[in-house]
Design a protein around this ligand. Sequence first.
Ligand SMILES: [Mg+2]
Length: 127
Amino acid sequence: MSTVPISVLIVDDQELVRTGFRMVISSQSDMIVVAEAADGRQAIAEAARVRPDVVLMDIRMPGIDGIEATRAVRAANARIKVVILTTFDADEYVYEALAAGASGFLLKDGPADELYRAIRVAHAGES
Ligand SMILES: [Mg+2]
């Protein structure tokens, strides 16, 4: 395991969702939350500012949505990996998200172990 923790940017328009992910991720010694964003515009700005290893990206957000933000983040820096946060009713976006450069998907109501795994796999993957 790397001694440098995987840096994570959390993007979701719901504050409690961001707080929950931050708490869960903070329990792991090999990953660290470096920033949060509440919409796509903030996500693009924060990704450029902190250059995280992995972005956890909500899809449905006001203004610039997660698909468009994924495309912008990856275009600006292909080293940054994006894991899309999905709900069961958002499956229609899966193809679009992959085309936009997402590395993987994560169900928002899934177990913490799947979150850790998704972050580690995205980080280890190729650009
Ligand atoms: Mg949302």
